[in-house]
Design a protein around this ligand. Structure first.
Ligand SMILES: Cc1cc2nc3c(=O)[nH]c(=O)nc-3n(C[C@H](O)[C@H](O)[C@H](O)COP(=O)(O)O)c2cc1C
Length: 306
């Protein structure tokens, strides 16, 4: 049975890729994820400047998933080079996607230019976090023209493969993905969290998150993410990194059938720790055996054939 995936010219031992952000950006922690069975890893989104992020709590679980408002915290991209080098030494054969963000087109392009010089295999353009000063502004990827403009600008500064990460808040996400493809994107990552959402602490009589509102991920996001990936698959030829609510084998298989070539894993780690990678792989393999699939690629997009 073939479980390997070739995507954007890169070889992944299996289709499961750590989604951006969930486990930070240190090279050692990302390499530990690779050691625990991920086929690839994505760094946390890096911006030009260092950011403190929002007050705690920044991430909470609830019965249907997770809600987070990190506030784009992290070291600036210029301080992160050593972490990518550490990763490369510790996990030379497991592809790493370097995620970049920006409050402006200029910042995004500058970050991509810097990421291009780092030992990453693919640059993920995070166009799916809020573009303005707070969570209430729409992400860049909700606007097809802005998505096209940023993709075009980044395409000019790197020869590495680019994946454009989209937001589920977008209207007509398939057409947005198509615009990114037309401007030279090599893949689409779909999707980031959905929101703004809220939890309320009834004893405190106040919103639970430090930032009050945040993005929902995990199980609650799954049907939305699947719908987005299904729609995108009908609009583009480039591969999709299907992300959102994959917490078990069944979710993973649904995402493949909707059209994803690779599968982003984030919130599942909150429930199953790094064992999530081995557990999900085992379930996909068992399904393939039971149903007579010889190659993982045979599952991709088959929900469209009926
Ligand atoms: C705590 C946390 C931090 C995240 N940080 C980032 C980030 O830095 N960049 C990004 O593109 N997505 C970020 N995400 C979104 C995830 O990469 C992913 O798109 C989303 O959580 C949906 O996948 P999931 O349901 O498997 O978690 C973050 C999600 C969580 C829960």
């Amino acid at each position: 049975m073939n479980f390997r995936v070739k995507c954007c010219g890169l070889q992944f031992e299996n289709p499961l890729v750590l989604a951006s952000g969930y486990l930070g950006v240190t090279g050692a922690s990302l390499a530990n994820v690779a050691k625990n069975g991920a086929g690839g890893v994505t760094s946390k989104t890096l911006f030009m400047e260092e950011r403190a992020g929002y007050p705690n709590p920044t991430s909470l679980t609830f019965p249907g998933g997770l809600i987070n408002a990190m506030g784009l915290s992290g070291e600036g991209i210029r301080n992160a080079k050593a972490e990518f080098e550490t990763y490369r030494n510790l996990a030379p054969d497991c592809p790493i996607l370097g995620s970049v963000g920006g409050k402006t087109l200029k910042e995004l392009v500058e970050c991509a230019e810097i990421m291009d010089t780092y030992p990453v295999d693919l640059i993920e353009l995070n166009l799916s976090c809020p573009s303005g000063a707070d969570e209430k502004e729409l992400p860049f990827s909700c606007d097809p023209d802005i998505t096209a403009k940023i993709t075009r600008a980044v395409r000019k500064v790197t020869r590495k493969p680019i994946s454009v990460k989209l937001s589920p808040k977008a209207y007509r996400i398939g057409e947005i993905a198509q615009r990114a493809e037309a401007e030279g994107a090599d893949a689409i990552t779909a999707v980031n969290g959905m929101g703004p959402g809220m939890l309320i602490d009834i004893r405190m009589r106040a919103p639970s998150l430090g930032n009050k509102v945040g993005d929902v991920s995990g199980q609650a996001l799954k049907p939305i993410a699947l719908g987005c990936v299904y729609e995108i698959y009908e609009h583009v030829k480039i591969p999709i990194i299907g992300t959102g609510g994959i917490v078990n084998g069944n979710d993973a298989i649904e995402m493949l059938m909707a059209g994803a070539t690779l599968l982003g894993i984030g919130s599942a780690i909150a429930y199953y720790d790094l064992k999530a990678f081995a557990m999900i792989q085992e379930k996909i393999k068992r399904f393939m055996e039971e149903e007579g699939f010889k190659d993982i690629s045979d599952l991709v997009g088959i929900a469209h054939k009926r």
